[in-house]
Design a protein around this ligand. Structure first.
Ligand SMILES: Nc1ncnc2c1ncn2[C@@H]1O[C@H](COP(=O)(O)OP(=O)(O)O)[C@@H](O)[C@H]1O
Ligand SMILES: [Mg+2]
Length: 508
């Protein structure tokens, strides 16, 4: 018996497991960044293939007699009959902190002219058979710095929250503000020496945008001191669809590096509507069957396996995802919006009407929801914002009704009055995230009626003045609110003194 075993063991030992997956083929057809290849019988799904001149392809369609692949890089020199080689490597991108402060393309190559990036580690762009992720429930907040969101639609680390709305409703702005807010929190937190402080690093993936827009975003981040905590992955509209298709997965790999190494990261996909269109283009050329709205049938799978990668991992870090979807005429029931709504843990819906009325950020209270974030909300915010969402929703209903000049009783009038003031308090200029301690403070003041006798039209200015007063004169109080994360009797008393002082000196 044992000799049989030994024989088998010897046999196994002699087996060479080193299969060199080098395999050569030729281009059968090439167009629009997509090539059909002959002869690559051993290629793997998502394997990189090497074209002459340095361009890299990724094998996507593995068929009996041909391989369909998308090509990244310069394809102008490629033609039918050119030779291609498999590499035996799945597509991977550089990861790590060396990428912070940089703009890279879908392959992780720098596009900002700041020289090469010194990163030694690479992660696969697609997670292969990820298995069941050891997720931990969301319990740590991720503050956007936007009062309407942090108080009513709170986001937790590891959450996937969709930002959805028509063009020009402020979607990108919300994500840029959120990234800037992380940078500010990082700076304060790291300077405080608190060992438990967990910074958040950001990855902004720009898909199908104009180059000028990407540059503007980068400039805004730099001006706000946020670029050093941010990686920009750029696949502009001028790039071929393969880059746009790939960019979010590359960004996700960079984010996973932070998560796997015990850190927290935030990733913005701006936007997945354009991503779906890029994929549709590729699929049409690859002659994949199309389904609803001419999108290939697996576009749902495409987005779900991307967003699945955001998580909070037990014993490690987290990756929070803010995907963006652009709707047409507010239509949430179109194919791509419904898909992504069903994959995420909630959505922030931005309304054109509100935006045009000057209610910015144009967050629709009724249609926005965060399904997991409230368990991560800090107590101070819960204390002052608990009823806000209900009050505001009621206000919108009453306001619509009151337009018809109906006679209103005193109670309704008071409700309208209060609602109108809350709407004003939530208005916030762009590039101006508000710290969670300041949010809690001025919402507390609202709750304690400090704004009630101020003309509704002057609320925006009054609230800004109160914030300025607190920041310049009461910083120690704000610091205490931040560290305690709750308003106890002592802090409430201090807040009252501060607000009284402010109100006494307030001139409308
Ligand atoms: N809170 C805000 N206050 C003032 N202007 C804003 C605000 N949010 C966005 N904007 C402006 O509205 C325009 C559209 O915003 P953007 O974020 O680009 O929209 P989207 O990404 O939805 O197309 C931009 O010019 C931006 O500066
Ligand atoms: Mg935008």
């Amino acid at each position: 018996m044992s000799t049989v075993l030994e024989q088998i063991e010897q046999q196994i030992a002699k087996l060479s497991t080193k299969s060199v997956k080098k395999n050569t083929g030729t281009i059968r057809a090439i167009a629009d960044g997509v090539a059909k290849l002959d002869g690559l019988s051993d290629v793997m799904y998502n394997e990189m293939v090497q074209f002459p001149g340095g361009a890299i392809g990724i094998a996507l369609n593995l068929e009996e007699d041909e391989v369909g692949c998308v090509i990244l890089g310069d394809i102008s020199g490629l033609k039918e009959g050119d030779e291609v080689q498999t590499t035996g490597r799945l597509l991977s991108v550089p990861v790590g902190k060396a990428l912070l402060g940089r703009a890279v393309d879908a392959l992780g190559q720098p596009v900002d002219g700041k020289g090469p990036i010194d990163s030694k580690e690479f992660y696969p762009v697609e997670k292969i058979a990820p298995g069941i992720i050891v997720r931990k429930s969301v319990s740590q907040p991720l503050f956007t710095g936007i009062t309407a969101i942090d108080s009513m639609i709170p986001i937790g680390r590891g959450q996937r929250e969709l930002i959805i709305g028509d063009r020009g409703t402020g979607k990108t702005t919300i994500t840029i503000d959120t990234i800037i807010n992380q940078a500010r929190i990082n700076r304060t937190g790291l300077a405080s020496g608190d060992k438990n402080f967990r910074p958040v690093y950001s990855i902004y993936v720009a898909i199908g945008q104009k180059n000028s827009n990407i540059v503007r975003t980068m400039t805004a981040l730099e001006a706000a001191g946020a670029l050093e905590y941010t990686i920009i992955v750029a696949a502009p509209a001028a790039d071929n669809p393969a880059n746009q298709y790939l960019a979010p997965y590359s960004g996700a790999a960079m984010g996973e590096w932070f998560m796997e190494n015990g850190m927290d990261a935030l990733i913005v996909y701006d936007d997945l509507s354009k991503h779906a269109v890029a994929y549709r283009q590729i699929s049409l050329i690859l002659k994949r069957p199309s389904g609803r709205e001419a999108f290939p049938g697996d576009v749902f799978y495409l987005h779900s396996r991307l967003l699945e990668r955001a998580a909070r991992l037990d014993g490690k870090g987290s990756l929070t995802a803010l995907p963006i979807i652009e709707t047409l005429a507010g239509d949430l029931s179109a194919y791509i919006p419904t898909n992504v709504i069903s994959i995420t843990d909630g959505q922030i819906f931005l309304e054109t009407d509100l935006f045009n009325q000057g209610i910015r950020p144009a967050v629709s209270v009724g249609l926005s929801v965060s399904r997991v974030g409230s368990s991560a909300q800090i107590k101070a915010t819960k204390q002052v914002a608990g009823k806000l969402k209900g009050e505001l929703a009621q206000y919108r209903e009453l306001a619509a009704f009151a337009q018809f000049g109906a006679d209103l009783d005193a109670k309704t009038k008071a409700q309208l009055d209060r609602g109108g003031r809350i709407v004003e308090l939530f208005k916030q200029p762009q590039l101006n995230p508000i710290s969670i301690e300041l949010q809690a403070s001025f919402l507390w003041a609202m709750q304690k009626n400090y704004f009630d006798d101020i003309d509704v039209k002057k609320i925006v200015v009054a609230a800004a003045k109160l914030r300025e007063f607190l920041t310049t004169r009461k910083q120690p109080l704000l610091d205490k609110i931040r560290t305690k994360a709750a308003l106890d009797a002592e802090l409430e008393a201090e807040l009252k003194t501060a607000c009284d002082e402010w109100k006494a000196g307030y001139k409308s």
